[in-house]
Structure formats: structure tokens, C-alpha cells
Design a protein around this ligand. Structure first.
Ligand code: XMP
Length: 486
């Protein structure tokens, strides 16, 4: 006898949460604070997926500004991934400690190139000794067509800049910006060497996002994905040096000796880092990764919108059951669970958290927003963005080509990709800004928590009562017997 008992697996649509008494005045008093890893606290339980159509710096900045965190995907060179992490860490600093600089002998062309590469609107111009000589901003070179022109001819020279010779507070910086009507304040030491930069834009943005998830220096939080194949330690080191707050081992089947070894190795090599590992879908998988040293474990095999793992391999666990089954381990071992994939609406988010997840990881919903990589396209009068599984045909082909693998584009090679793919390429409806989407999701989460009588996520875990639904019950949950106006 091979098969003994068959457990029934449930997913989000199979259940509802039963309403319970709520004893606060308003939903606004509900706290959505949670932990991404053992040591990283977030203000909202939402994480963006490490996928090339979801999270690069722009998405990660928006996620952190709203109190969540983004995981920069790993399907790029180490140098580029480092740059993406740095962009987030520099996005809004009171003091940028190592501002980007431009050598005094540079040209307008070089300034344009660097501003574009770094995604900044200004560069401090310095001599060979690092002494401040001037400032060049986008406005100075906007209509400049002579790319060979020396930067000294277009920059604002040091003599005309407002400069501070000591580290200043937020309030002092605001005063200076108000008084001198400038937007950038370089900081120099006694020898005129650049030691920092304060920008008016950073200060303005900072006050717009009081709920942002920040590190101890006030910089936005960001995580970065790594693999476990050759060179992963080099990537990990570069990302940590760049300021990544957490590393995420991003592997489809995380319950393997190889991943367990990688978790141990990373912890041994880098000491006190915050490390996420996954993906698993069973309590044993959760326990093995957490025991090896993972500071959070990602749960989800095949629930994602563009995943075909379950169809191709016949393997997976319906996501709600996977979360419920791992919840006890997560609480017992005090290792947060990240529920990864399958979130289609705010109701799924509430159910995932109520089932025991500390955060959810979202791909498809965020892929349709302005902040995800890639352009918006029009089809049949509607707007879409492209979203693809990282194990999809083209994503795998692109990765191998980027890594310099020789591919003969003959039928055998193509069939190989087709056979091994576990994801699809797709269009997702364009959804406007991720900021707006996050606000909607969090507002619905608060409402859901209040329906469950929970003032915070821990209370939601202990209060949650699920009820399973029949086919008729599922139908009743959606608008019915009406023609919905789109
Ligand atoms: P959603 O449902 O939010 O899920 O789009 C996002 C998650 O899907 C996973 N992912 C994949 N799973 N094949 C898979 O089986 C793939 O090609 C693939 N690409 C991404 C990933 O965990 C992500 O966070």
C-alpha cells in the first residue's frame, strides 16, 4: 500500500473568517506591525516578490515608504543588483554619507551618464584629493548639446554654493534650505573634503511617509535575493556591503540539503545577518530551514499566478493549508513565516496572515503597477504590463544568455527549455501606482482584522476562526444575480 491517508488541502477561496466582537473605537487603531525576519520589523505585512517583472529599486523604495519591504531580484549581474540596493539605501537619507561625485576634469557627457546610471539629479564635483569644487545638477545640463564641454563651464562653483562644515540636524537643514532657497547642501570637513550631502527632496519625502520601514540610520529597508549556485557567497558579500538589510535565498524547492548547507554557510561566513530561506510547503521543511539558521522561512510551492509547478510536476500544497500547517512551527521556533504567492485580492491577504503568516509576498498584483520594471502596453483598448514566472521559458532563456551560456537555437535546445519551465509569461492589467494599491490593501487588512476582533497581528493569529465553504458558499461570496458594471 503506497498511499495511506489523503489530507484535504484548502486554499483561500475555500474558506472565510468568522466575524467576532471588536473592542476598539476605530479600525485606524488596529496595528499592522509585524516581523519580516527575527530582527526586522515592518509596519505592514507586505513584501514584493524577487522577480524581474516586480522588484527593482523603484518598487523596493515604494514598498519601504509604505512600511513593507521589497526583495530585489537576482537575475542580473552582481554589480547591477548592488546598484539597485544602493539606490534604495540612498533614496531618502537625512545625510547621504558617501554622495556620488564627479571628477573635476569630467565632461557634460560623463555627468549625464552618471546621473542616469545612479538615478540622481545632481553630482558633487571634486578634485583628485576629494575636495569640493562645485555642484552640477540635471538642470545645468538639460539643454546642453555639447557633450565634450568641460564640467567646470556648467557647474555652480564652490564659492557660490551653500556648504556646511559639520553634520547638521534635520531642523537645521530645513532652516538653511528655507533661508538660502537651495535644494542641496554639501557637507565638507576642515580640508574641504566632501563628507556628506543633504537634499531638500529627501527631507520633503521623509515627512510624507511617517510609516516607512527604516534602518537605524533612517534609511529605507531593502532585501536582496541570492541563489545557491557557484558564486553565491560573492553576491551575498557584495549585497551586504551595499547595505542590504536581509538576504533571501530564492530557490523553488527550498527543502534540500543544498539549501540547508547554504543557510549554514552564509550564517557562518557573515555572522549576524538576517537571512530568509525557502520555499517550502511543510512543517518539516520549515523546521529544517529554521534550525539551520534561517531568520524567516518562505512558504509556497506553486500557488503563484504564473506558476505551473503543480501542473508540470504534480507537486504542491494548496496555499492556505501550507500556511496553516507551518504556523505552529513558526510560532514555536519564533521564526516569522512569509506566505509567498497566490494573493489575488485583499481578502486573500487577510486570510494568509490570519492563518499564521507574518508577512505575505506578492507578485502579480504588484506587477501591474507603475513601479514594477517594464513598460505599459495597450491591447484592445486596455492597458497591461508583462508579468512572467522566473522559471518560465523566456525568463530562463534570458538568464542563461545573460550568464554567457552558449545556446544553439536548434529545436533540441528549445525543447529543453520548454520541458524544464515551471512558469508562464503573461499580461496583467495595469493598476496605476503601487502606493495606491498598498493603501487599499492595508485599509482592507485593518477592516478584516477588526471584523475578527483583532487589535494586532498576534491577536489575529489567536482569534482567527476559519469556516470552510461549499461550492454554493463560494458563489455567494462573489457578486451574484446582478450584472456588474465594470
Ligand atoms: P503571485 O501569485 O503573487 O506569486 O504572482 C508570486 C510568487 O510566485 C513564485 N514564482 C514562481 N513559481 N514558477 C513557479 O512555480 C515560476 O516560474 C515562478 N516565478 C515566481 C515566487 O515565489 C513569487 O514570489
Amino acid at each position: 500500500m503506497v498511499v495511506k491517508e489523503i489530507e484535504k488541502g484548502l486554499t483561500f477561496d475555500d474558506v472565510l473568517l468568522v466575524p467576532q466582537k471588536f473592542s476598539l473605537h476605530s479600525r485606524k487603531e488596529v496595528s499592522t506591525e509585524t516581523f519580516f525576519t527575527k530582527k526586522i520589523r515592518l509596519n505592514i505585512p507586505i513584501v514584493s516578490s524577487a522577480m524581474d517583472t516586480v522588484t527593482e529599486s523603484e518598487m523596493a523604495i515604494t514598498m519601504a515608504r509604505h512600511g513593507g519591504i521589497g526583495v530585489i531580484h537576482r537575475f542580473m549581474s552582481i554589480e547591477r543588483q548592488v546598484q539597485e540596493v544602493q539606490r534604495v539605501k540612498r533614496a531618502e537619507n537625512i545625510i547621504i554619507e558617501k554622495p556620488y561625485v564627479l571628477p573635476l576634469k569630467s565632461t557634460v557627457g560623463k555627468a549625464k551618464e552618471l546621473m542616469e546610471n545612479y538615478g540622481v539629479g545632481g553630482l558633487l564635483v571634486v578634485d583628485e584629493e576629494g575636495k569640493l569644487k562645485g555642484l552640477v545638477t540635471k538642470r545645468d545640463i538639460l539643454f546642453e548639446e555639447d557633450y565634450e564641454k568641460p564640467i567646470t563651464e556648467v557647474m555652480t562653483p564652490k564659492e557660490r554654493l551653500v556648504v556646511s562644515t559639520r553634520k547638521i540636524t534635520l531642523e537645521e537643514a530645513k532652516e538653511i534650505f528655507k533661508k538660502y532657497k537651495v535644494e542641496k547642501l554639501p557637507l565638507v570637513d576642515e580640508e574641504d573634503k566632501v563628507v556628506g550631502l543633504v537634499t531638500a527632496k529627501d527631507i520633503m519625502i521623509k515627512s510624507m511617509y511617517p510609516n516607512a520601514a527604516r534602518d537605524q540610520k533612517g534609511r529605507l529597508l531593502v532585501a536582496a535575493a541570492i541563489g545557491i549556485k557557484e558564486g553565491y557567497l560573492d553576491r551575498a558579500k557584495a549585497l551586504l556591503d551595499a547595505g542590504a538589510d536581509a538576504l533571501v535565498i530564492d530557490v523553488a524547492h527550498g527543502h534540500t540539503d543544498e539549501v540547508i548547507r547554504a543557510v549554514r554557510k552564509l550564517k557562518e561566513t557573515f555572522g549576524d545577518i538576517q537571512l530568509v530561506a525557502g520555499n517550502v510547503a511543510t512543517p518539516d521543511g520549515f523546521e529544517d530551514l529554521a534550525s539551520a539558521g534561517a531568520d524567516a522561512v518562505k512558504v509556497g510551492i506553486g500557488p503563484g499566478a504564473v506558476c505551473t509547478t503543480r501542473i508540470v510536476t504534480g507537486v504542491g500544497v494548496p496555499q492556505l493549508t501550507a500556511i496553516l500547517n507551518c504556523a505552529e512551527k513558526s510560532i514555536e521556533m519564533d521564526v516569522p513565516m512569509i506566505a509567498d504567492g497566490g494573493i489575488r485580492n485583499s481578502g486573500d491577504l487577510v486570510k494568509a496572515i490570519a492563518a499564521g503568516a507574518s508577512t505575505v509576498m506578492i507578485g502579480s498584483l504588484l506587477a501591474g503597477t507603475d513601479e514594477s520594471p517594464g513598460a505599459t502596453i495597450s491591447r484592445g483598448g486596455r492597458k497591461y504590463k508583462v508579468y512572467r514566472g522566473m522559471a518560465s521559458f523566456y525568463a530562463m532563456l534570458a538568464r542563461d544568455l545573460k550568464e554567457g551560456k552558449q545556446i544553439d537555437f536548434d529545436l533540441d535546445a528549445i525543447v529543453d527549455y520548454a520541458y524544464t519551465s515551471e512558469g508562464v509569461e503573461a499580461y496583467v492589467p495595469y493598476r496605476g501606482s503601487a502606493s495606491e494599491l498598498l493603501r487599499q490593501l492595508v485599509s482592507a487588512l485593518r477592516a478584516g482584522m477588526s471584523y475578527c476582533g483583532a487589535r494586532n497581528i498576534r491577536e489575529l493569529w489567536s482569534n482567527a476562526k476559519f469556516i470552510s465553504l461549499s461550492e454554493a458558499g463560494i458563489k455567494e461570496s462573489y457578486p451574484h444575480d446582478v450584472e456588474v458594471i465594470e
